[in-house]
Design a binder for this molecule. Sequence first.
Ligand code: GBH
Length: 483
Amino acid sequence: TGSDVAVRNLKLPADFIWGAATAAYQVEGAASQDGKGKSIWDTYSHSVPSRTNGENADVTCDHYNRIDEDVKLMKSLGMETYRFSIAWSRVIPLAGHDDPINEAGIAFYNRLIDALLAHDITPSVTLYHWDAPQALYDRYGAFLSTNEFRVDYTRYARLCFARFGDRVKSWVTFNEPYIISIFGHLNGSLAPGHCAEAGNNTMMEPWRVGHTIILSHASVVQMYADEFQPSQNGKISIVLNGHFYEPHDAAKQADIDAARIRLEFYIGWFGDSIFLGKDYPASMKQYLGARLPSFTFNDLELLKSACSKNAFYGMNHYSTKLARQLTTPADEDDWTRNIEESSVNSKGEEIGPASSMPWLRVAPGGFRKLLNWVWDRYHLPILVTENGCPCPGEIDLEVAVDDQFRQRYLGLYLDSISQAIYEDGVKVEGYYAWSLMDNFEWSSGYGPRYGIVHVDYGTLKRTPKNSAYYLQETFQKRRKDQV
Ligand code: GBH
């Protein structure tokens, strides 16, 4: 297969780590076991099931009750690290600053962390992967109330550092703030499902939500540095996602600008304040005007102090898109600046072969360019915290397990990392495949399968796909070559 060619001699640094990632709501199940509270995803999937393909994650992979089996599986596949998220509503079910702690929830994550360490697998913990406690949403709209959210989130983070930080040395505050803001509070295709059709103020809300995430992140990074870092010595940062954008017509200045502006809106929105301690990108301020909240003097002081305490840039990356500046006048409320995104350029060439998701195409060249873009802008070592794809045309277990499309995708994307490191001088520290196993893919339910391990949702049996063995062999061989 193509993958053999791409990474036959995968060259990566000796201390480069690899593993796989999951998120609590997508894999844990056990929706109300051991005192877990409800999250906005329980509500989103149950109240209008058509929003999630008629499905929910009440059971999903039942990871909650199968961590021994799953950790052994990780070990048998040679993984060195596992990225998972904590469900806030499991550890503080009502989530407020004086609501009770659920010791059974704490005990679950202790068991998971201990099992990983017993197998020499390094945990990397995400505090927030989209599952805000429903109680906070009911009380004050969760992310919509910047100051209240910040207080409650800081208390939750402090609890996690205090209880798990003796063993967890790698922390992520938020997964994909862009998706939380835009898909949760503008399109409404993810929880809590805010959109104009539902009567929400989508002119203002997404930018408010983003602002809340930036300030909550900075507060927690500062708190970790002050209270825990000196004794625990861990690393902390955030995970930003983003497509890479190429101009639709590389000869048109307007399209070149459009590609840059899309990257600034997607990544600069969060990256510039969080990693550089700066205000929002000029393109955003110019276009959004008063819709974009402003940082106070104190906010900027905090951002400046906290920015240098981020130890890495967490990058979730899947694909590349083409940006085209349309010339028809934009609606007043069109935040995209009339930039159209597509997968075909002005010459009619496709950006790459399609996976089973229309937006996700195989475009490893864009990945290499994005690694360079992030490195040049933020000068931080990059940790690739998610990368993967669902294969087209899966019909049964046999076909699903022989996932040549995915092997080729992963091989090409790893090769891009290698080129970025050795040819471009970018620092990349590690790689997590998305995902460890097939799981609940949010609004697509159980349709797309991103796992490198197959899950039979009837029996919950796990079966490694060839891509899992492929990664195992690739990294094993690389280690041997380096000895
Ligand atoms: C990640 O998000 C998530 O962290 C993870 O939980 C998820 O399972 C995984 O990816 C796979 O989806 O508007 O046409 O550009 C990725 C965020 C959100 C990116 C939806 C693509 C839609 C495409 N994705 N988005 S489009």
